[in-house]
Design a protein. Sequence first.
Length: 381
Amino acid sequence: MHCVDIMAYTNKKPWWLGLDGVHGFDGLGEARYLGDEAVDSATMMRIAFPRKDGEPGTWQVAKRQAGFQFSPRDVHPDNVGGTFTGCSWQKVPNEYFLIRDDDYSPLGRCTAAYHPFQVDDVFEFMDSIHAEYGMRYHSAGSIAFGKKIWALAQLPGEFVIERLDGSRNHHVPFLLMTTGHDGATGIWLMPTDVRAECWNTVSLAEHKAEESGRIFGIAHKASAKQKVEEAKMTLDLLTEQERAFAEVAQELARAHMKHEEFRLFANAVLLDVEGSITEAKASVAEARSKMTMRSRVILDNKVDAMFGPFGDRANGNLGEDRYDALQAVTQSYDHRAIDARYAGAKEHAEKIMRYSRAVESTWFGTGARRKGRALRMLMKW
């Protein structure tokens, strides 16, 4: 479920686009292509966040006093000390609604102290560190009719993994900023390797950043300049971490892995086994010996499903090394498991909540822990 209202993008088109290249496969949402060249923030904002009332500029978030209307039929006279004629409007103290100022769509609720973040706030901060880091905007848009917005820019530091067959895998680092209009969410900044282009990918990037501790909020008021400096320092550290990961990934890509070895590895990941290859072999054998026949069949089916991505050349996997094994685990948990189990969620609204819980578990629960365990194991083997 992509949940995109309108977005703008450069380079690669979003996964959820339909055959017309503009709207989603479900007929919902709109993606506006800006070409392959770099675009400035003003262009990205104008295309990604247009007003629905035809006025120039981007839509804004407005705050309106909450209240309710009542008539004498709604309130018994004994409870209010008298009789009423006509209708009355009663304001609710310290309660406000957040709405879009172009079509008045409700976005959330807040208190009097809350100051809504605007599209301009997100891009103003991005622009403040744009020049120093040579960032390039890739995508921006709104989700759920404006309840959440994002902006994604590419950072320098792209690295290449040399594969055993001479091919090359390119890894591109991004900087993502998001904010919500629910009355509680601030602006969040995070580095990511996820190309944000829908609800799923934005959520994935946010939770991966939370798990790794690489996400921080941006103050809206007096400390904004200080936060810019903190962001720059953080980005410097994260750039070093990216270089370190590139070295680990290249080391994994040089280490051969036979098919039977991958099956042992997949069993270990699914059984939550950790350790060296010798330790894993013993632990897997012991765990399988205690399982019923039905449980072993289920486990073998899961291993077979993971084996598919291991040699999926369409996604850059060769089925030959430990880097392929890491990619297979990631792709199995991030995409295939959910798509296979809840494919109908894209067509049937009643399944969307179950689909969302599957995403939550796979990306941020058991699946996330197993992906981390898989990396640790491969570095030991």
